[in-house]
Design a binder for this molecule. Structure first.
Ligand code: FMN
Length: 245
């Protein structure tokens, strides 16, 4: 295993940061990594907003509710799925925007943005920084869009808190390969037989240093998906100009 892959296998989300800066040089490297990823049809459909204003950071952290580490991390980026640049080009050529508004373009912008973010995550961890994605900004996606002055055809997908780790959680066991990877066809039997994995996740939760609990992966998923989460996101997407078709 080479050193890049070794670092990737050591990933844990970091929620406790030292009071130490991410240097300008490191930030420059992170943003270069973000801009170096693959991008569908070369559309580069994302923007990154660094939050340096402390009041704005507080407001965003309050929206996340459960993520106080947003306040403590040295660096906080918001990743925005962004087809606004394309909209400007199309408008200036009197072309209608239907090609930007459909589900396919929405997926393209979300995928591009996620690739950029994961490049930042890998780059940060390669420099021994810690990261935590912050999807809970979508607790109030409308308010986030207002705070950041986002135009139509943009979506604040998630944030990322970055800093020097103070403490780290234990590594969370991932699905066994047989439960996630198959050859030539979907293998319903192997991929959905989660008994062994549930046992190993229960052991992880029982023995971890902080927030130990008695649960497993299936039970977690039952709790997460027992209700329709953030139904207002679809309304927000429509308001931003997406047709969802
Ligand atoms: C898109 C995305 C959004 C996330 N949002 C949050 C969040 O709002 N707050 C948080 O503390 N962790 C968040 N996480 C971190 C996940 O909880 C974490 O990746 C998962 O539990 C696996 O743990 P690990 O990253 O330590 O391996 C998010 C992760 C992803 C990929």
């Amino acid at each position: 295993m080479n050193s890049t892959i070794k670092k990737m296998t050591q990933h844990v989300s970091v929620r406790d940061f030292k009071d130490e800066p991410v240097t300008d040089e490191q930030k420059d490297a992170l943003l270069t990594a973000a801009q170096s990823g693959s991008t569908s049809e070369f559309v580069q459909a994302f923007s990154i907003i660094e939050i340096t204003d402390s009041k704005l950071r507080e407001q965003l952290a309050d929206i996340t509710i459960s993520s106080p580490h947003v306040k403590k991390a040295d660096t906080f980026y918001i990743f925005v799925a962004d087809l606004n640049r394309q909209a400007s080009i199309l408008k200036s050529h009197n072309q209608d925007l239907d090609g930007l508004k459909n589900m396919e373009s929405l997926i393209v912008s979300i995928v591009d943005t996620t690739i950029a973010a994961q490049n930042v995550a890998v780059a940060a961890e390669s420099m021994d920084l810690g990261i935590c994605y912050i999807g809970s900004i979508r607790n109030n996606i409308q308010k986030v869009a207002e705070l950041l002055n986002l135009p139509k055809l943009t979506i604040p997908l998630f944030g990322m808190a970055i800093g020097v780790p103070k403490t780290k959680n234990q590594h969370k066991p991932r699905l066994p390969r047989k439960n996630q990877v198959s050859t030539n066809t979907y293998n319903n039997e192997n991929l959905s037989d989660l008994k062994d994995y549930d046992a190993s996740v229960r052991k992880y939760y029982a023995n971890r240093n902080s927030n130990a609990s008695d649960t497993n992966w299936s039970e977690k998923n039952l709790a997460i998906f027992k209700e329709i989460r953030r139904p207002e996101v679809a309304q927000f997407l429509k308001q931003q100009g997406f047709t969802l078709k």
